[in-house]
Each structure stands twice: as structure tokens, then as C-alpha cells.
Design a protein around this ligand. Structure first.
Ligand SMILES: Cc1ncc(COP(=O)(O)O)c(C=O)c1O
Length: 394
């Protein structure tokens, strides 16, 4: 949604006395009705989706757990370790170390924080396609950004990387599934070029898509290995709350080796563990249990089906967009489509006025659609005539 004006909310004071539960419920439900749900079939620009019901149910059981004070919650801690272990097996790593955090942003900030502490350096190399959380991290951590241009296929340019790489770099970051286009950087070659430097792969979105596309033999030839199977990869982020089908907030940061965690540790003497490793203190733990539940429930086969359906609808949507003269910026590698348009902001606003939420890309200007599991054939068929009308009216 384009929200660039200051929002004015009703001023509400805390009552002296509480009110009956029913009244509370009514108010909350009234406000909830203002939200758009994934189930409406109107959201075409989000990287999250309706979580699987088992994730929602399990999440509810863990409302008291706090992995920020893990000694009290050994069961929840074991669940977190199992999540990391399962993800390790998905990402070619036998003994993963890390945490389930609040999402891709926290994972990227943490990876960059650790790199600064470990190396004592400030330069971070990243492709211009990186998610804006990288810029947040640069601001918070006072790092020196070295943005790398993109090549013709919207991947990090290897030539520009070679030209700009110096030996005082703290971290090289690349993307396996860029937010805007779903492009996958050539992690194997990047790892060779950056040999010896810490290399972080942001697979916040792609992590739960690429392994299953590979299983389905649906990965284009130009996509090389991008996970811990590439020796130089030192850390990786992957979000259960995106294509993992789990509840918000859950994004995992995984390290190849245990020792990097030490750069993140601070003493936490008054808690049940003597060291704390995450940016957050008190941590949402329901989402950790939910991620575990949904991964057990779906298994690889379940995820293959989810990804296969999303790709089928991606192909269908692309075909229909082509019929109205919209050409893709990139042949979709995953379930993200961007089609050229010279005024995507206007189209986006007009679509919102009609109750449909699509997204846009700034460079090159394009309309963007993320074909998540809630984007069904029926939802696409309902949206397209509205889009056609909008396109002809502007
Ligand atoms: C590649 C990538 N990295 C990081 C993020 C940030 O994730 P979150 O919004 O969960 O913090 C996103 C979000 O879309 C993303 O696509």
C-alpha cells in the first residue's frame, strides 16, 4: 500500500476500569475487519501468505515460552535446534549453528554485525538487488556500503564485483531469490572471487523455493549452487514465514561454524544462560514451534507440491499478462513476475482503489506480482479484468 501521508488515529485513553471480554472482542474484531486477508485473493504483492493451520495451532501453545531465557524452556530450545537441523539438511549442511529470528531483516543485520565484530572492518559488498534491510544494517552499524551493479540478467555483476573488491572487506552478501525479481546470484563464482572473505547468502525468500524447484527439475541452467554446498558460504538466511508456510515472525540465520556465534555473544548474567546471542532479548517462540510443526507436517514432498502449484500459477499469470501486452523483465526463475510498465505507481494506486494490491519495481519500472500459495487461479482470473481496465484507462 502506498502510505506516504501522516496517519491520524483516534486518540484512545486507557480506561480506569477494565471492560467485559465481549466488548473487547467486538472492538478488536471491528478493527480486524479493516485488514485485508490473504484469503480474499486480493493480495498480489506480499512475500507472506496464510500460514498452514497446524502452524497457527501449534503457535498458540507456546505463548509463554521465551527463547531469550532458554534455560526455562528446554523443550522449546530443542524445537529450535530441530528447526535448524532440518534446515541444515535442506541446505547441504550437516551441523548448522544459528537461531530462528524475527525475519530476513534481523538475519541480515545480525550477519553484518557479526562480520564487523569479527573482522574489525566496515566494508560490505552487496548487489544493488539486495533487500532494503541491508541498507538498514549499514545505517545501524555504521558500515561502508559497496553496491555492485547488476548484469543483464539482474544478477550481481561478476565483473563489477572483481573491479570493486578490495582486501579490506568485512562481508560479501549475495541474494538467492531477489525480492523484486527472484533473480539468483551466481553464488559459486562469487564465492571463488571472494575467496577467504565471509560470504552471506540472503535466501530469505528463495530458501523455501529453490531446493524444491531443483527436486522438480525446474531450475534454469544458469542457477548454480547457492547453499552451503558452496564451500565459501559462511552464513545464510531463510524465512519460514515466507514460502515456509509458517506464522510471522520467523526467519532463520544459519552459520556454517559454531565459532562465529561467539562474535555475537554478550554476558547475560541474570538469565538462565550466561550468554545471549540474538539482537532481540525476549523472543517470540510460538513462531519457532510453528515452523517446526509445518516443516514436519509438509515434508519435502509437501513443499514440492506448494512450489509446483505456485509455479503453475506463475506461468498462467505470465501468459495472461502477455496477452494484454505486458512483457516480463526476466523470465521468472521462481514465483515472482515483474512486467515492464512506464508508470507502475499509477497502476498500483488505481488497482488499490479497486481493492487489489499489486506491487512494483522501481528500476526498471515494472509491475510486480508475487504468486504465493494464496494466489489461486480464481484470484488471478478475478484480478486480470480489473488490471486490463486500469491499463486502458490511464
Ligand atoms: C531477499 C529478502 N531478504 C530479506 C527480506 C526481509 O525480510 P523480513 O521482512 O522478514 O524482515 C526480504 C523481504 O521480503 C527479502 O525478500
Amino acid at each position: 500500500m502506498i502510505l506516504n501521508q501522516t496517519l491520524h488515529f483516534e486518540v484512545v485513553h486507557m480506561d480506569e476500569k477494565g471492560i467485559p471480554k465481549e466488548e473487547v472482542w467486538n472492538t478488536v474484531l471491528d478493527l480486524k475487519r479493516k485488514d485485508i486477508s490473504f484469503g480474499s485473493g486480493r493480495i498480489f504483492g506480499s512475500m507472506c501468505t496464510s500460514p498452514e493451520s497446524i502452524a497457527v495451532e501449534v503457535n498458540r501453545l507456546f505463548q509463554e515460552s521465551n527463547l531469550g531465557n532458554p534455560g526455562l524452556y528446554p523443550g522449546t530450545m530443542e524445537i529450535e535446534n530441530r528447526v535448524l537441523s532440518m534446515l541444515g539438511s535442506l541446505l547441504s549442511l550437516d551441523r548448522p549453528f544459528g537461531h530462528v529470528l524475527s525475519g530476513g531483516t534481523e538475519a541480515n543485520i545480525t550477519a553484518m554485525y557479526r562480520a564487523k565484530k569479527k573482522t574489525g572492518r566496515k566494508k560490505v559488498v552487496f548487489p544493488r538487488s539486495a533487500h532494503f534491510s541491508v541498507l538498514k544494517a549499514i545505517n545501524i552499524l555504521d558500515l561502508d556500503p559497496v553496491p555492485i551493479d547488476l548484469d543483464d540478467s539482474f544478477r550481481m555483476s561478476l565483473q563489477d564485483l572483481e573491479d570493486k573488491l578490495t582486501d579490506d572487506v568485512a562481508l560479501a552478501l549475495c541474494v538467492a531469490g531477489s525480492t523484486e525479481l527472484g533473480a539468483v546470484d551466481d553464488v559459486e563464482r562469487i564465492s571463488e572471487i571472494c575467496s577467504g572473505l565471509p560470504l552471506h547468502v540472503d535466501a530469505a525468500f528463495g530458501g523455501f523455493v529453490l531446493p524444491f524447484l531443483k527436486d522438480l527439475d525446474m531450475l534454469p541452467d544458469h542457477v548454480s549452487r547457492w547453499d552451503f554446498g558452496v564451500n565459501g558460504v559462511s552464513s545464510l538466511s531463510i524465512d519460514p514465514h515466507k514460502m515456509g508456510g509458517s506464522t510471522i515472525p520467523a526467519g532463520c540465520l544459519i552459520f556454517r561454524e559454531e565459532y562465529p556465534l561467539k562474535y555475537l555473544s554478550v554476558d547475560s548474567p541474570y538469565l538462565t544462560s550466561s550468554k545471549a546471542y540474538t539482537l532481540a532479548g525476549t523472543r517470540d517462540s510460538g513462531a519457532v514451534a510453528a515452523a517446526y510443526a509445518v516443516m514436519r507436517y509438509l515434508g519435502r514432498d509437501g513443499y514440492r507440491k506448494v512450489v509446483s502449484n505456485c509455479m503453475e500459477e506463475t506461468r498462467y499469470l505470465l501468459e495472461r499478462l502477455r496477452e494484454v501486452g505486458l512483457e516480463p523483465v526476466l523470465d521468472p526463475v521462481m514465483n515472482i513476475i515483474a512486467v515492464h510498465h512506464n508508470d507502475p505507481r499509477k497502476v498500483q494506486t488505481r488497482m488499490e482503489e479497486q481493492g487489489f494490491f499489486i506491487s512494483r519495481v522501481e528500476v526498471p519500472p515494472a509491475l510486480r506480482f508475487v504468486v504465493m500459495p494464496h494466489v489461486t487461479r480464481a484470484a488471478i482470473d478475478e484480478m486480470l479484468p480489473v488490471l486490463e481496465n486500469v491499463l486502458t484507462s490511464i
